[in-house]
Design a protein around this ligand. Sequence first.
Ligand code: HEC
Ligand code: HEC
Ligand code: HEC
Ligand code: HEC
Ligand code: HEC
Length: 193
Amino acid sequence: MQRVFELLKKKEIQLLLLIAFMVVISGGAWALYQTQIPPEQPILFPHDIHVQLQIQCLYCHPGAQRQASAGLPTQQKCWACHGQLKKYWDPAAPVPLEQWPVELQKLAGYVERNEPIPWVPVYIVPDHVHFNHRPHIAAGFACEQCHGDMSKQKVAELQQTINMGWCITCHQQNSVDDPQKRIKLIDCGTCHY
Ligand code: HEC
Ligand code: HEC
Ligand code: HEC
Ligand code: HEC
Ligand code: HEC
């Protein structure tokens, strides 16, 4: 028994137990996400149209550059364009709302009700893992590397099974000639804390 307590004091072991515990409690929700791909979205937002219009990813997902989470756009951000597109709002020939494409009518509904659009997450890591966009974007990775070519997707679809092997393989590949960096990038505490 004494030995067990000695063992439990070790930081690594405590971390492992913590992770194991969190895996058990978050496992159910996580499994659900994995089977619902792609999830049904409140509005079928077409990435292809918007990316081909050269609207920058960071315009709608500005957090990717500066913080952990990339963020999803609010109805106001959509409305900044859709509340004034000439195609629908031309004073000479305005298109009545009932004649708008259905998905845009839904958008107008959220704006009118001042109700946030409840986007359903697609890419997600379990609670016991901490992913942060910022260092990856700062290191020069393109969004496409992890999310695929969005100019060919409508609603976002999972392009990459997110597991520990995927993260660690890339971390190893990117620290081949920097042992110091490798230790940091494959340390359990870098992603689990
Ligand atoms: C920078 C301007 C801009 C922003 C921001 C923007 N859109 Fe668009 N969107 C467009 C343009 C331009 C089109 C093409 C218009 C067309 O042909 O009807 C379009 C097309 C669409 C369509 C397809 C309409 C159809 O013809 O079926 C949908 C749906 C849509 N947008 C939803 C959204 C949503 C939801 C958001 C916010 C997440 C958003 N848009 C943000 C400019 C924008
Ligand atoms: C006009 C706004 C707009 C632009 C531009 C845009 N997106 Fe999105 N993006 C959205 C919206 C709205 C969603 C939520 C709906 C969905 O998941 O399809 C989303 C979802 C995503 C998701 C899935 C998020 C999740 O919940 O896991 C990824 C990944 C993504 N976008 C990447 C990109 C990349 C990469 C680009 C640039 C090539 C880009 N987006 C450009 C509006 C935009
Ligand atoms: C190194 C791989 C990687 C790169 C590069 C990357 N992402 Fe992600 N992205 C992820 C992972 C992993 C998640 C799930 C994160 C989570 O659940 O906390 C995610 C989640 C997202 C989400 C939904 C959740 C959130 O963070 O708000 C959006 C939107 C997104 N990414 C957009 C982008 C955009 C835009 C870029 C480029 C500027 C980008 N990503 C670059 C791996 C990446
Ligand atoms: C495409 C390659 C790639 C993938 C995939 C990737 N990473 Fe990274 N990650 C890197 C690189 C390279 C760095 C170091 C960037 C730098 O030099 O600061 C990094 C840095 C990090 C950091 C910051 C480490 C620090 O210095 O504090 C964390 C945390 C992280 N990654 C977590 C993850 C997680 C979690 C996943 C999987 C969900 C993941 N990464 C997937 C390449 C990747
Ligand atoms: C680069 C990021 C990263 C590092 C470093 C990392 N992990 Fe993970 N780990 C993950 C991700 C992402 C998952 C979620 C995988 C999934 O759910 O399939 C995970 C899941 C786990 C799980 C849950 C079981 C499983 O396979 O899903 C355990 C336990 C775990 N990690 C332990 C560790 C230990 C111990 C270390 C150090 C030797 C470590 N991890 C280092 C990213 C990392």
